[in-house]
Design a protein around this ligand. Structure first.
Ligand SMILES: NC(=O)NC(NC(N)=O)C(=O)[O-]
Ligand SMILES: [Zn+2]
Ligand SMILES: [Zn+2]
Length: 442
């Protein structure tokens, strides 16, 4: 009988610390051996030759909305997780909203969790929600295994997931701190966005430019300053999601220096698309907070290069095409991006801006694993780590076509974009879940 289940032969093994040439053996869903100097001895039931290809820890996408149960016609665990597998993602954290019922108590958590277990091709964890009405359910959600909690400081766009006012934020943060959990925050100011939206709509301007003006960077700055203050007051660990601007990141860096336990996430679309793309591509590229100007995108890359960004999550938040129509104020806000995170980082980061593979691994796998207590089981390629990994060929390129997308709705603001670097295989717990050679999911 073969000693190992799988051996990956002759690849470049990438961790946040460096790249080395070698072989990886997998047994029982874990990495069983790594050999960098001599060829790994032993045999396996399956051997994959990955000469000249790069083996990365599978990505951990901390931010997706798969909307199941309740809005499975928008996405779903099956289609969403296939898209992730094809994009090299081996673990995701599903957001508590857009699914119905929203994940704000144990019953809703259990229902969603069982659906995920049945249908997801990759590993997953669930976020619990913090809404004004569920402070008494935070403990049970934490005991169910919620990876953390998510709250909105401005309207979420979904009626059954209410934004928190300041009093509820403070109450929730006190409880979450007591539970030693973490609060992820959608930090845009309700007051500023509501006021500007009303003013601009009254003027009858529903253009892309007007939508961008209704949600300025200042609105993020105000909300982030407030939540950082509350974090100091309550000692609650926080994670600021989908930040669009280096100015906001500077605020967070300053708070870190003062001892606030805060991390920051941005998304591939804020690193690759601009207000000009929003005007050109239309509501397919609408999201909140909105895309920013090209110079902001470059400053975001500078912040990333300086080590000021902790995590990159996709914030995949699709809807059926009929909701992605109409004007910039009424159309659904959310970008489909779960499948293309690594592609964007390779094309826009590695190739165009000289960002190392180590940095990409740190932002998409190691840091998420560390922040959410999954390290060293995940986020690294090491003996006894879970065999969650993805293998890429940097020399292959492709143009993204509709047919490539595994989403329920084959929509993406990146259609027609040329990407250098291709995911060849994705393994989850040692099992091959995606192979580009077969162009299908097992
Ligand atoms: N209801 C949503 O899915 N919202 C999401 N939508 C975006 N980002 O446009 C989000 O994370 O805020
Ligand atoms: Zn959000
Ligand atoms: Zn989101």
């Amino acid at each position: 009988m073969a000693e190992f289940d799988v051996i990956l032969r002759n690849g470049y093994i990438v961790t946040e610390k460096g790249v080395s040439k070698g072989d990886i053996a997998i047994k029982g869903g874990k990495i069983a051996a790594i050999s960098c100097i001599d060829q790994l001895k032993g045999t396996a039931a399956d051997e994959i030759d990955v000469t000249d290809q790069y083996i990365l820890p599978g990505l951990i996408d901390t931010h997706v909305h798969f909307n199941e149960p309740g809005r499975t016609d928008w996405e779903g665990f099956e289609t969403g997780s296939k898209a992730l597998a094809a994009g090299g993602v081996t673990t995701f954290f599903d957001m508590p909203l857009n699914s119905h019922p929203a994940t704000i108590n144990k019953d809703a958590f259990d229902l969603k969790f069982s659906r995920g277990l049945e249908k997801s091709l990759v590993n997953f964890y669930l976020w619990g929600g913090l809404v004004p009405s569920n402070i008494n359910h935070l403990q049970e959600l934490s005991e169910c295994g919620a990876i953390g909690f998510k709250a909105f400081m401005s309207d979420s766009g979904i009626a059954d997931f209410k934004a928190c006012d300041d009093v509820h934020l403070l109450q929730g943060m006190e409880k979450i701190s007591e539970l030693q959990s973490l609060l992820a925050v959608h930090a845009e100011s309700q007051q500023i966005t509501e006021h500007l939206t009303n003013t601009l709509i009254r003027r009858g301007d529903t253009s892309a430019k007007s939508f961008s003006q209704s949600r300025p960077i200042l609105s993020e700055i105000e909300a982030v300053q407030r939540i950082l203050t509350y974090a100091k007051l309550t000692n609650c660990k926080i994670h600021i999601v989908h930040v669009t601007s280096s100015e906001v990141i500077s605020q967070i860096t300053a708070a870190k220096k003062q001892g606030v336990d805060v991390t920051v996430e941005t998304c591939p679309h804020y690193l690759s698309l601009t207000t000009a793309d929003l005007a050109e591509k239309g509501v397919i590229a609408k999201c909140a907070p909105p895309l920013r100007q090209a110079k902001e995108v470059e400053m975001l890359w500078d912040a990333l290069r300086n080590g000021e960004i902790d995590i990159i999550g996709s914030d995949h938040s699709p809807s059926p095409p009929e909701l992605k129509e109409g004007d910039f104020f009424t159309a659904w806000g959310g970008i489909s991006g779960a499948q293309t995170t690594l592609n964007i980082l390779l094309e826009e980061g590695y190739w165009k801006r000289n960002i190392s593979l180590e940095t990409i691994v740190r932002l998409t796998a190691t840091n998420p694993a560390k922040r959410f207590k999954l390290f060293p089981q995940k986020g690294i390629l090491d003996i006894e780590s879970d065999a969650d990994l993805t293998i890429i060929d940097l020399n292959e390129s492709f143009v993204l076509k509709k047919e490539d997308l595994f989403y329920k709705h084959q929509q993406s603001p990146f259609l027609g974009k040329k990407f250098r670097g291709k995911v060849k295989y994705t393994l989850v717990n040692g099992k091959l879940v995606y192979s580009s050679l077969k162009e299908k999911i097992r």
